[in-house]
Design a protein around this ligand. Structure first.
Ligand code: G3D
Ligand code: MG
Length: 373
C-alpha cells in the first residue's frame, strides 16, 4: 500500500465524499488480494512470467489511478475500475503450442511432427545435438525451455528413447511443461516395444494424446469456407477454383498447450442451398464455425439461422463466429459481429483465406471448443 493510499484510507482531511470511501477501500483491498493470488499462481507455476508481469502492472496501474482520483476529490473513482480485463490479459499472454516434434535420441532423426513445427533447422540441429549430448545425464529431471527467435519458446522433454520438442508462442508456465512431460511419458510407454528396437518405423507409432473431434464449417455459399479449410489444411489459396463437391472432410492435427487433437473438418461444401441434406451432416460435431463474408452483410444476417439449424441437430455444439475476407474493404460493421458472438458466448475471429491472417486462430479456437476447453 502506498503512503498516498494509506493517508487517504486513514481519513483525515480528504476532500472526497465520505460515502465513496468505504466502497473504494473495499475495492482496493480486493485488488490487493488479487495481487497476492497472482504471486501465488506464479509461485505454483500455473502462469508464466509475461502473464505475471502484465497482470501485476495492470493491477498497480488501476490502484494508482483510483488513488489519484480520490486524492483529486473525484467521486467517480468507479470509472477507473477495469475488472474483467485480467482474463483477457491472462489469455493474451498464455503460451500457445504451435507444434510438437518427436526426435529419436540415438540417431537424432525426427520421428513425427504434429501441428506446425516450423523452425529453422540451422537453429534446431545444434541445439538438439547439444541437448542430446546432455540427455543421458539429465534424463528424468531434464526438461528445458529456451527462448528462440520471434519471442517463441522451444521446450525439450527428454525420454528414454526419444525427445519431445514443443514450440510455443511465448514462454511456457511450469505447469504446461509438466503436462508435456506427462504426454511424453505416455507416448514412450505406449510405444515402448517399437522404440526399443530401432530402426523405428514412424508410421507404426501411436500418439495416445491425439483424438479426433468433428468440427463443421458452416455459412452461406461463397463466404470462403472451402478456402479457409484449404488454407489451413494445405497451406494454400487458389482463386477461381471450381466449387468443391464430394469431398466431405479433411483431417488436421492441431497443437494445443499440453496436447494435440485431431480435427475432422467438415465443410458444408455445395450443400448451402439444400437444407434437407444438412441435419445428418452436423451430427456428432463438437464445434462449429459460423462463417460470414465481411463484404456481404446478408451473409452475416443469415448466421442466426445457421446457428439455430445446427443447434437442433448437434446439441451441445459450440460456436466460433468468423468474419472472412478481411483483406477486402469491410462492409459489415465489426461491432455487430462482436455482439452477435458475445451473445452466443462464442469467440469472434477475423480471417482472410487469401492472406492467411487469423486462420490458425480460427482453427485453434475450434479445437479448443471441440476439446471442451
Ligand atoms: P464457400 O466454400 O464458402 O462457398 P469459397 O467459399 O471458399 O469457394 O470462396 C468463394 C470465393 O471467395 C472464391 O472466389 C474465393 O477465392 C474467394 N475468397 C475466399 N476467401 C477469401 C478471402 O479471404 N479473401 C478474398 N479476397 N477472397 C476470398 P473465386 O472468385 O475465386 O471463386
Ligand atoms: Mg465451398
Amino acid at each position: 500500500m502506498t503512503g498516498l493510499l494509506r493517508r487517504w484510507l486513514g481519513g483525515g482531511t480528504s476532500p472526497e465524499p465520505e460515502s465513496a470511501k468505504p466502497k473504494a477501500k473495499e475495492y482496493l483491498a480486493r485488488v490487493q488480494a488479487k495481487i497476492a493470488k497472482l504471486a501465488e499462481d506464479f509461485a505454483a507455476g500455473t502462469i508464466n512470467r509475461a502473464q505475471f508481469q502484465e497482470l501485476y502492472s495492470h493491477y498497480q496501474r488501476e490502484i494508482r489511478t483510483i488513488e489519484q482520483m480520490i486524492e483529486a476529490g473525484q467521486g467517480d473513482w468507479q470509472s477507473a475500475v477495469t475488472e474483467g480485463q485480467s482474463v483477457m490479459i491472462r489469455k493474451r499472454n498464455l503460451a500457445r503450442a504451435e507444434g510438437y516434434a518427436v526426435y529419436e535420441n540415438e540417431s537424432g532423426m525426427p520421428l513425427a511432427t504434429l501441428g506446425s513445427f516450423q523452425i529453422d533447422s540451422a537453429l534446431l540441429v545444434p541445439m538438439l545435438s547439444s541437448y542430446r549430448a546432455a540427455t543421458a545425464e539429465i534424463f528424468g529431471a531434464g526438461m528445458r525451455s529456451t527462448a528462440i527467435e520471434g519471442g517463441r519458446w522451444l521446450c525439450f522433454v527428454p525420454g528414454q528413447h526419444t525427445t519431445l520438442m514443443a514450440l510455443f508462442t511465448v514462454e511456457v508456465a511450469p505447469k504446461q511443461m509438466e503436462a508435456l512431460e506427462h504426454i511424453h511419458r505416455v507416448f514412450e510407454s505406449a510405444n515402448r516395444h517399437r522404440l526399443a528396437s530401432p530402426p523405428v518405423d514412424p508410421t507404426g507409432l501411436i500418439f495416445p494424446h491425439e483424438y479426433t473431434l468433428k468440427v463443421v464449417i458452416a455459412g452461406d455459399g461463397n463466404v470462403g469456407k472451402t478456402s479457409l479449410v484449404r488454407r489451413y489444411c494445405e497451406g494454400k489459396f487458389e482463386s477461381s477454383r471450381v466449387m468443391t463437391i464430394g469431398v466431405d472432410f479433411q483431417t488436421k492435427v492441431v497443437a494445443l498447450p499440453g496436447r494435440a487433437v485431431k480435427l475432422s473438418i467438415w465443410d458444408v461444401a455445395g450443400q448451402e442451398r439444400f437444407q434437407s441434406f444438412r441435419a445428418g451432416f452436423y451430427r456428432g460435431s463438437r464445434a462449429v464455425a459460423l462463417v460470414f463474408d465481411v463484404t456481404n452483410t446478408e451473409s452475416f444476417a443469415h448466421l442466426a439461422r445457421w446457428r439455430e439449424e445446427i443447434a437442433k441437430a448437434a446439441k451441445g455444439a459450440r460456436f466460433v463466429v468468423v468474419g472472412n475476407k478481411l483483406d477486402l474493404p469491410r462492409v459489415q460493421p465489426q461491432d455487430l459481429a462482436g455482439r452477435f458472438a458475445a451473445d452466443l458466448g462464442a469467440p469472434h475471429v477475423g480471417t482472410s483465406a487469401a492472406t492467411g491472417d487469423g486462420v490458425p486462430e480460427m482453427f485453434e479456437a475450434l479445437a479448443r471448443l471441440a476439446a471442451g476447453e
